[in-house]
Write a protein that binds this ligand. Structure first.
Ligand code: UT7
Length: 325
């Protein structure tokens, strides 16, 4: 049985269309909604996000991100025996987006399934894939976060529609006897289901309810800061490491103020945190693997670095992973 699972390649994909705050504010003004670049930057750190074209799906972005990760790892479709896609914006009710990605990549063996933990989805997916690899159920996994959140945004609600964007990130995770993922910790508390949700379900061929994102931003903010600090300490303890051992914090990119709060509580300087929220906005399950890939490809993150990945999202769900990269 392998002792560890290890990230051997990363990849990402952003839709072509970059929408600056000014561009979004102008579009919203046309609908009678008032916002500004200054408000969005000050409250969130977001300067732009990417929106997918109407015919682009989560599986399109996921497959492209996965191809880049597979190229980086030097693996082929025939080598992959597990595909997990974390998404809240699947292509269809069923089959899973993971099965569609599997077909797009020409993978014909192993398991494929979606995982729903909203913005904590990638951490959940990484933890599940790590467990499956260490138990011998899989040897080489594609772990993907992919979203087209623009499809579920309520563009009449300025408190949410300025925050989110579309994109995908992926890693190849392989069985290894060398250290890789050192520990993961996952949590959920369904009592807070309504603070961040997209209600609605399908019945009799109709969508029942209003399937647009709803969020009590301040409630989420308070829950997030506490949950992230707690799980960060928990995963460090599980791995027998200190916060000072962390070379790079790769947090879910929701709001720069939450990210700064987490770094401050861990006494980590901001220079050791990967920040992409300014250019990506909040891409939910895609945000952590997108940030990871940007930092790997820019040369910030180097082999041998210790990484802490952490995320929090609707559910309420949250988790962290400590990794020797
Ligand atoms: O991945 C899931 C995790 N989600 C999150 O992490 C979100 C967590 N929450 C947040 O990031 C913040 O709570 C927000 C960015 C959503 C809001 O920031 P805030 O500092 O909590 O602002 P607020 O809700 O207290 O609103 C302050 C003011 C209000 O006006 P009044 O009542 O003071 O007159 C809002 O109506 O800002 C107003 N406002 C806006 N103004 C311009 C809210 N949204 C906008 C906007 N443009 N887009």
């Amino acid at each position: 049985m392998p002792r560890f699972s290890r990230i051997t390649g990363t990849g990402s994909k952003l839709p072509e269309r970059r929408v600056s705050n000014d561009e979004l504010a102008a579009e919203l003004a046309g609908r009678g909604i008032e916002t500004s670049d200054a408000w969005i930057v000050e409250r969130t750190g977001i300067r732009a996000r990417h929106f997918a074209a109407p015919d682009v799906t989560s599986s399109d972005l996921a497959a492209e991100a996965a191809r880049h990760a597979m190229d980086a790892a030097g693996v082929q479709a025939a080598d992959i025996d597990l595909v997990i896609v974390a998404t809240s914006t699947p292509d269809m009710v069923f089959p899973s987006t993971a099965c569609i990605v599997q077909r797009k990549l020409g993978i014909q063996q192993g398991a494929a399934f979606d995982l729903q933990a909203v913005c904590a989805g990638f951490i959940y997916a990484l933890s599940v894939a790590d467990s499956m690899i260490r138990s011998g159920t899989a040897r080489r996994a594609l772990v993907i976060g992919a979203e087209v959140f623009s499809r579920i945004l309520d563009f009449s609600d300025r408190t949410t529609c300025v925050l989110f964007g579309d994109g995908a990130g992926a890693v190849v995770l392989e069985a290894s006897d060398e250290p890789g993922i050192l520990a993961t910790r996952l949590h959920a508390d369904g009592r807070h289901a309504e603070v961040l949700c997209t209600p609605g379900h399908v019945s009799g061929g109709q969508v029942i309810g209003r399937p647009l994102l709803h969020m009590d931003g301040q409630a989420v903010f308070k829950l997030a800061v506490h949950a992230l600090d707690h799980v960060a300490r928990e995963v460090l303890e599980a791995a027998g490491r200190q916060a000072s051992d962390v070379d790079w914090l790769v947090p879910h990119q929701a709001n720069i103020r939450i990210m700064q709060g987490t770094a401050r509580k861990l006494k980590l300087p901001m220079e050791r945190m990967v920040v992409t929220v300014d250019e990506h906005g909040n891409t939910s399950a895609a945000s952590i693997p997108l940030a990871l890939d940007v930092a790997v490809r820019s040369g910030k993150i180097q082999r041998g670095d210790t990484l802490m990945l952490e995320g929090v999202g609707g559910g309420f769900t949250w988790g962290a992973a400590l990794i020797d990269y």
